[in-house]
Design a protein around this ligand. Structure first.
Ligand SMILES: Nc1ncnc2c1ncn2[C@@H]1O[C@H](COP(=O)(O)OP(=O)(O)OP(=O)(O)O)[C@@H](O)[C@H]1O
Length: 379
């Protein structure tokens, strides 16, 4: 097995009574990009700062390319860790030119001025700012300033690139284009990177692996696809907006949702309250009498490629789904469900395997999208 680019073992960090990191184990291979994703206060920045050497952990170890950089009694300084860092607020020196900002890490390493020039020009060209070398940061847009920060972070060819919310100060259009640029730069240079974000779209766009942190603990480390389609807990499903989460009831007759009972059971025979995830892809519209559920359209947003719909069930609870077409707000519709895509957890957030109830045929999803035949007459 190749030596991992980053290995973290049993990392703990406390601030007085506050446990910011509670036993983090993590491994990242060369060329991989990891997103640290989680709600405010979950410990993302603390973990990044411990990796950078800006913060000292209370327990545990951090290894970079097999070298121990942090352990009880050992703490390598940020400079000695050979990392590149990009911060949310760019952290450029306002009185220095773009060129001087990017040259700074090389200067600190003692690289001579004439040897610095080709490296700085290389880094500025990579981020598309070759013609901006003599400007000061104040004369640049937010996106351009973040590109300077990126050039400064990569100019000394770091073994690990660390980024703290690198896109969150930019507006939406710029966030998407810079995310694409950063991603291709990382691939082109074969960089290994860790970045912090509280935005799942940013995590999914940039990362190969996403580590979800909650209350100082890693909850799931997975590819963006697996995290979104198979979240380990209801809290993760909620955080990545994987669909609609509902409380439902499993009993001897099946799975009760609103005024319907689906012929499903838990493989382990669990009965009682469960938490159910209905991913958008598991649901489709059909005529009111053809679906497994009936609902009224109470929200309808045109989003270019699809409509984003909110449907309200008989008991007042709501479902979210996307559809290429839909009747107007207020119409009654049927909802077909691909039961194989449902996910369920018991009250302790342990995953339940839903299976067809013995002796009962699994419901076949009704034909999707009867857009002209759906009307209000089913009431
Ligand atoms: N210097 C500090 N002194 C005391 N408590 C701190 C300090 N830094 C962080 N904390 C606490 O540690 C916990 C984790 O904070 P951290 O900044 O790592 O969270 P985060 O996930 O990055 O949050 P955000 O997204 O809001 O930046 C929080 O409860 C925070 O209040």
């Amino acid at each position: 097995m190749p030596t991992p680019a980053l290995r973290i073992d049993r990392l703990h960090k406390r601030f007085g009574q506050v446990v910011a990191l509670d036993g983090i184990d993590l491994m990242l291979h060369r060329g991989q990009v990891l997103a640290l994703l989680g709600p405010s206060g979950c410990g993302k920045t603390t973990l990044l700062r411990c990796i950078a050497g800006l913060s000292e952990a209370n327990e545990g170890e951090i290894h970079l390319d097999g070298e121990c950089v942090a352990a009880p009694g050992r703490h390598l300084s940020p400079d000695d860790r050979r990392l590149g860092m990009v911060f949310q607020d760019y952290a450029l020196w306002p009185h220095m030119s773009v060129y001087q900002n990017v040259a700074f890490p090389l200067e600190m390493q003692g690289v001579k001025a004439n040897a610095r020039r080709p490296q700085v020009e290389w880094a500025l060209a990579l981020v598309g700012l070759a013609d901006f070398a003599e400007r000061t940061p104040g004369a640049l847009s937010g996106g351009q300033q973040q590109r300077v920060a990126l050039a400064r972070a990569i100019v000394a060819k770091p073994r690990l690139l660390l980024m703290d919310e690198p896109l969150s100060n930019l507006d939406k259009g710029l966030r998407e284009s810079l995310a694409l640029e950063i991603r291709s730069l990382i691939e082109e240079l074969g960089l290994t990177a860790v970045f912090v974000t509280h935005d799942q779209h940013e995590a999914f766009a940039l990362a190969d692996r996403v580590a979800v942190l909650q209350q100082g603990r890693l909850q799931q480390v997975d590819s963006p696809e697996r995290l979104f389609h198979t979240p380990a807990t209801p809290a993760i499903a909620d955080f990545v907006d994987a669909g609609t989460l509902l409380d439902a009831q499993l009993d001897a007759h099946g799975l009760a949702i609103a005024d319907t009972r689906l012929p499903l059971a838990a493989a382990c025979s669990h009965q009682g309250e469960i938490r159910l995830l209905l991913p958008r892809r598991a649901l489709h519209l059909c005529a009111p009498d053809d679906g497994l559920l009936r609902a009224r359209i109470t929200g309808r947003l045109f989003q270019g490629e699809h409509l984003s719909l909110q449907l309200t069930l008989a008991d007042g609870r709501t479902l979210k789904l996307h559809a290429p077409h839909a009747p107007e707000r207020g119409c009654l519709v049927g909802v077909g469900i691909d039961v194989s895509a449902l996910r369920a957890w018991d009250a302790n957030a342990s995953l339940l395997d839903l299976i067809p109830r013995p002796g009962v045929a699994t419901p076949v999803p009704a034909k999707p999208d009867l857009r002209h035949s759906i009307d209000d007459s089913g009431e």
